[in-house]
Design a protein around this ligand. Structure first.
Ligand code: MEZ
Length: 540
């Protein structure tokens, strides 16, 4: 039920709507952006971070919850494991069943490698499935990979690793073609031309979409392809530590059956981590748009084994998470809503910014509006939101646009009696993406020999802030890339001597020496939602 305060504010939004329809909302200057980021972006809140005491990134700050997990107690600690008893023996072991894992497995198998996917939930239970707005690729005549590169570089504050970004944009048109040929039903005009839109920070319309369930459609097709190819999938089984061989090369993983707790050994010539993000760690008490399994497991496994992280202190808060109703608090309201013309409007009916600034800037401006400026709309005793003026979409693009272009969003709100075609919706930033992750080279390999990484677990592609649609893209580009290189590497490598977990014991010894106070077991695998932990997301 809308409160009286909300109803009164909606009247103000309606009163200014006609004038705002033709209003040109200016973009912010570099100085203005930098100021608002420093003041309001959660990445700049010192109390949200802790400094690592051990490992390759010792001395660097990372989000508190991640720090505790990276310095947590191993799940194999105190357990007597027989590493000579091998349960699975493959060429390429893919850890993770989302878009990156599936793409990697498809390519690895196509290259002739004996490939297996292991996933703690089911194939497709991943952030890829939750992605809504689309996937970027410069494949129209007025666009080019160079233009795409410049947009993403600016969005990433010039921190993107150049070789990784180059690969992302150069391989993008091929990624769309691959998906299209596999059967993804992209939005197309009557003549078959792909429909493309803008996203925040893009200079060309290059967002390809499948309505507002682009990720689900892509995952549907990738999952079918994995099944059609009969690639083995071991589900409800988590990887809990990496295994090395006598030469220190990564050579498999310890697995834990999520139902029985049984520990299993998978030996592999190469391993691909495709475990996704960390939204379910609820950094700084934020709600999240992420899948239930997003608990940074891959980062923990790789870090303990000695792989470096890059930009692990930069997190993306999607500007428009649901702020009301509370049943879907934090769920994603796709950026496409703003691409289609909806403005961000405060309690007084004022459009306070251009809605297509980059995500970090937009999220910061919303936080400013709801905090210092006192222009947010209360959604509970402690929370606020701002309006996303969705009826503008129909006025700007014609009646029926919302149903045609963002039908899932329309349905989600109708479930709660809110018709976004007629009334604006309330939004607030939600924890969406881990910009940083495990450091890789363009062939997808981490610092560790034979350990490859793909998807959201990678750091560096997007610099310190990713643009919309570049995540589904990196999942495909770097997923396929890791699969191809891991398969090629598997052909020329062999597992030497006995399997070992010595690196885990060395890391434990390093933590003891550094006086780390261990307060959790990691990887976390699943989030804990108890009454006690409810306060995690109450602070906002
Ligand atoms: O890339 C994303 O994160 C994306 C497309 C999200 C969205 O707003 O739909």
């Amino acid at each position: 039920m809308l409160t009286q305060e909300m109803i009164d504010s909606i009247k103000k939004v309606e009163a200014t709507r006609q004038e705002r329809l033709t209003m040109d909302l200016p973009k912010m200057s570099a100085e203005e952006k930098s100021e608002v980021l420093k003041k309001y972006h959660p990445d700049f809140r010192e109390d949200g971070f802790e400094v690592l005491k051990v490992g390759p990134n010792k001395g660097e700050k990372v989000p508190k919850q991640l720090c505790h997990l990276l310095q947590g107690q191993s799940r194999i600690s105190g357990k007597n494991l027989d590493l000579s008893k091998i349960d699975y023996d493959v060429d390429v072991l893919v850890i993770g069943g989302g878009g990156a894992g599936a793409s990697a497995a498809i390519e690895a198998q196509a290259a002739g490698a004996n490939t297996m996917i292991v996933t703690k939930l089911r194939l497709g239970d991943a952030n890829t499935m939750m992605a809504e707005g689309g996937i970027q690729a410069a494949d129209k005549e007025n666009d080019s990979p160079a233009q795409h590169y410049l947009d993403a570089l600016g969005g990433g504050h010039f921190f993107n690793v150049p070789e990784l970004l180059e690969k992302l944009v150069m391989d993008a048109p091929g990624a769309i073609k691959w998906l299209n040929e596999l059967g993804v039903m992209f939005d197309k005009d009557a003549d078959g031309t792909m429909v493309t839109t803008h996203g925040g920070g893009t200079s060309r319309k290059r967002m390809h979409a499948c309505k507002d369930y682009s990720g689900a459609e892509i995952m549907r097709v990738l999952r079918d392809e994995v099944w059609n190819r009969e690639i083995p999938v071991v589900d409800y089984t988590a990887a809990i530590e990496l295994i090395k061989d006598a030469d220190g090369k990564v050579a498999g993983a310890v697995l834990e059956n999520m139902e029985t707790g049984e520990l299993l050994i998978a030996k592999a010539k190469t391993v691909i981590i495709a475990t996704g993000g960390a939204g379910r760690l609820h950094y700084q008490g934020f709600p999240t748009s992420n899948h239930y399994g997003a608990t940074a497991d891959g980062l923990v496994l790789a870090y303990r084994a000695g792989a470096s992280l890059l930009y692990a202190d930069t997190i993306q808060y999607h500007p428009t998470g649901v702020a009301f109703p509370r049943q879907i608090y934090g769920a994603l309201v796709t950026e496409k809503v703003r691409s289609l013309g909806a403005q961000l409007v405060n309690v007084d009916g004022v459009a306070f910014m251009n809605p297509l600034e980059t995500r970090d800037v937009t999220a910061s401006c919303i936080i400013r509006e709801c905090s210092t400026n006192g222009k947010g709309i209360p959604t509970s005793k402690t929370r606020f939101g701002v309006w996303l003026d969705t009826p503008m979409i129909e006025l700007l693009n014609g009646e029926g646009t919302i149903e045609k272009r963002i039908p899932a969003m329309l349905r989600m709100y109708l479930e709660y009696g809110i018709d976004m075609r007629k009334e604006p919706i309330l939004v607030y930033p939600t924890l969406h993406y881990q910009n940083g992750g495990i450091k890789i080279t363009p062939d997808g390999m981490s610092d560790l020999e034979n350990l490859f990484v793909a998807g959201e677990a990678v750091g560096g592609i997007h610099g310190k802030n990713r643009l919309m649609g570049n995540s589904l893209l990196d999942v495909i580009v770097f997923g396929r890339n890791a699969g191809q290189h891991a398969a090629a590497k598997a052909k020329e490598t062999s597992v030497t001597g006995e399997l070992s977990l010595g690196h885990i014991y060395d890391y434990e010894a390093e933590m003891k020496k550094a006086g780390v106070e261990i307060d959790c077991v990691s990887p976390k695998l699943l989030p804990t939602y108890t009454h006690g932990s409810k306060r995690n997301i109450e602070n906002n």
